[in-house]
Design a protein around this ligand. Structure first.
Ligand code: C2O
Ligand code: CU
Ligand code: CU
Length: 470
């Protein structure tokens, strides 16, 4: 039955964070940071290699320029983005710049995948707002495996509007890709999906940050900007602090939101981002604060898979170890940005997308993805209401390329727009049997783009549709 969700209080969040299923506190490893590069005259070589995963574990991974995670691309709005992908992996590869709105032939549609020894040239102007974006493999039926093995990195856009806010930067900015993994006895992650994984998606019991298992990071007692990507294939994180203090949300998928929001926790489905301020100014040398995924259960379903499903189980994701007390002002701005979003009152039509999962079939409107079939034709520049209907007992993080939408309502399940869904979103999480309505408008480019579930096993199995903007 559909439960009426309500926002649990800060107190409830605290209780769940100290629950019995807490990970044993074994050793943790230092968080790694990907090398930062500008995407100009940049070659990204995709190849098999080896990576360290923390605690001395080293093993095979699929890497871009030898790095896990893939290099962090940092670019200014208005700059030229020029990248050559060179593929030396034993599979076709194409890269998608998730959250950016480049021209259609630069967007990494799977029909552009290049074979071993091939290359793909990207060149476009970055017209997107400052924000935390990312990039990953988008090869049809291989996205889950390639992304899991390491072909994924962060992509940060900066602009003048953001500069003016003086948000924490440099040493005070921590970009992190959070993922869950299954590891072998030597601590090496592996990707070997079988039966149930093709329904629920591939989940694992071990928390990873930037490719490191059970990471920690040394910090000062100061205000930090934490840019978080949920880079998991299927796992939802409910981010909260172990000390019960709130997180401050300043941005999400589409960049800065209108004003900061103080939240006891933030849910992040696969591919969603949270741009957070983490205030550690009340801590002192020797203190430890854990960024956790708090335990939760999916209202309206999700429980039928029993023990095979790790969804909702708590995880200690990233530990902050305060190693230096400093005195510096921690200013949290209130007003942040004017977010350009379509107005639902301007909508000229409505479309419905029904997400179903039955017997290993994940479909949109009853159909499985076909590379050459156009599923919807959408006029450029017109505002529409799209209803994403989850007709299944599984959660689906629904992702749209080439624009950001406004979440206007949710019915069933949690029955509300969640506070972290303010601003422009490119991915919205549908709990079982929820319907989410969004206002959509394409204003960047015409051409063929995608709508799909970002549970990567679902996507690979066909829960994806071609959207022609014209
Ligand atoms: Cu991040 Cu089409 O995906
Ligand atoms: Cu995308
Ligand atoms: Cu799905």
């Amino acid at each position: 039955m559909l439960g009426t969700g309500s926002l649990p209080s800060l107190l409830a969040a605290c209780e769940s964070s100290t629950g019995p299923a807490r990970l044993p506190s074994t050793e943790r490893s230092p968080l790694r940071f990907a090398p930062e590069v500008a995407p100009q005259n940049l070659s990204l070589l995709a190849a098999e290699g080896r990576a360290g995963f923390g605690s001395g574990a080293e093993g095979p991974a699929w890497l871009l320029n030898g790095s896990l995670p893939s290099p962090l691309l940092r670019v200014r709005r208005g700059d030229l983005f020029q990248v050559v992908l060179e593929n030396r992996l034993p599979q076709d590869v194409i890269l998608h710049w998730h959250g950016l709105a480049p021209p259609a032939d630069m967007d990494g549609h799977p029909r552009f995948a290049v074979g071993t020894g091939g290359e793909y040239r990207y060149a476009f102007t970055v017209e997107d707002r400052a924000g935390t974006y990312w990039y990953h493999s988008h090869t049809h039926m291989r996205t889950a495996e390639q992304t899991y093995r390491g072909v994924a990195g962060l992509l940060i856009v900066e602009d003048e509007e953001e500069d003016a806010l003086g948000l924490p930067s440099g040493d005070r900015e921590i970009p992190v890709i959070l993922q869950d993994r299954r590891v072998d006895a030597g601590g090496i992650p592996y990707y070997q999906p079988f039966g149930p994984d093709l329904m629920a998606g591939y989940m694992g019991p071990e928390p990873f940050g930037n490719g490191i298992r059970r990471p920690h990071v040394d910090v000062d007692s100061a205000l930090y900007r934490l840019r978080v990507l949920n880079g998991s294939n299927a796992r939802i994180f409910r981010l909260g602090r172990s000390d019960g203090r709130p997180l401050v949300l300043v941005g999400n998928d589409g960049g800065l939101i209108d004003r900061s929001r103080v939240l006891s926790y933030v849910d992040l489905g696969p591919a969603e981002r949270a741009d957070l301020l983490l205030d550690l100014s009340d801590t002192s040398d020797g203190d430890r604060v854990m960024l956790r995924s708090l335990s939760f259960s999916l209202p309206g379903g999700g429980g039928f898979m029993g023990g095979a499903n790790l969804q909702g189980q708590p995880l200690d994701l990233l530990e902050f170890r305060v190693t230096r007390s400093v005195e510096e002002p921690s200013v949290i701005p209130d007003g942040l940005s004017t977010v350009p979003l379509p107005n639902p009152e301007d909508a000229v039509r409505e479309r419905t997308f029904r997400f179903t999962s039955q017997m290993m079939n994940h479909r949109i409107n009853g159909r499985s993805f076909q590379m050459d079939r156009i599923d919807e034709v959408v006029p450029f520049g017109e505002t529409e209401i799209w209803a994403f209907v989850n007709d299944s007992p599984l959660p689906h993080p629904v992702h749209l390329h080439a624009t950001h939408f406004r979440v206007i309502s949710r019915s069933g399940g949690r029955n509300q727009v969640m506070p972290w869904e303010a601003g422009g979103k490119d991915t919205v999480l549908l709990y079982p049997f929820e319907t989410v309505r969004v206002a959509v408008r394409f204003t960047a480019h015409r051409g063929l783009f995608l709508l799909h579930c970002h549970n990567l096993e679902h996507e690979d199995m066909g829960m994806m549709a071609n959207i022609l903007v014209e």
